[in-house]
Design a protein around this ligand. Sequence first.
Ligand SMILES: Nc1ncnc2c1ncn2[C@@H]1O[C@H](COP(=O)(O)OP(=O)(O)OP(=O)(O)O)[C@@H](O)[C@H]1O
Ligand SMILES: [Mg+2]
Length: 244
Amino acid sequence: MGPEPIVTRDAQFLERIDGPGALARNAVVLTAPRSLAAERYRLVQFRLEQICRRDALKTIAVASALPGEGRTTTAMNLALTAARAGDRRVALVEADLRRPRLERLLGLPEGPGIADLSGGEVEMERCVRRVVRPPLWVVTAGRRAGGAEVELDVARLRALLALLRSRFDVVYVDVPPVLSSADAVAVVAAVDGIVLVARPRRSTFASMEQAASMLSGARVLGCVLNDSLGLLTGAELGRPPRGG
Ligand SMILES: Nc1ncnc2c1ncn2[C@@H]1O[C@H](COP(=O)(O)OP(=O)(O)OP(=O)(O)O)[C@@H](O)[C@H]1O
Ligand SMILES: [Mg+2]
């Protein structure tokens, strides 16, 4: 069972309604599709789609330097936007095992995910779950995620991404913060391109520069300035800091 899209007439977020299938209010492209934020996500998604179609890219990591800059919110809204268009098969992977949030955000029941994988294609298939409307497939961090002892198995994640690549047209990957996790750099090395998220009052030039240098070699498709108006409103895709 998946969340029902909720349509609002104004630009306000709906409050989260707790219970099975409830959608978090920061899934703004569904909870407030006419808001400025939703419009921005559509714009960012449109530009990414153009680049991906032109250059045959499929897997896109949503990365940032520091915790809390908005990677999960951005990845989720971009994936939901792509899914809503309905012409491509879209998957979203929560490859950040530190603080699993996607189940709660999308109102999904607890289920197996990346941290529970121990090898084998059949098992991987069980982790790919469908959000009914819009048709989006998600792989969450998993039941074992969140504990300090659980580490990301990069080889397994690569195998999972290879499977998803063969089944989907676009795969968004939510990765850990670059400056506090070696996993981020490893995950980014396994995708076709990245979107770098920054957030005013949180990101600094120094953190952005450091992250960009740690990600050198990755193809930066663009930067999203999240929360640019200080409220749940803005996301912009700008030029990448270098290359791309
Ligand atoms: N544009 C925004 N406006 C207001 N709040 C936001 C915005 N984007 C994200 N948030 C809030 O900021 C917090 C962090 O956002 P999110 O979880 O998307 O970031 P993250 O980079 O994935 O963080 P983490 O390092 O915890 O994984 C969340 O509580 C989220 O609801
Ligand atoms: Mg996150």
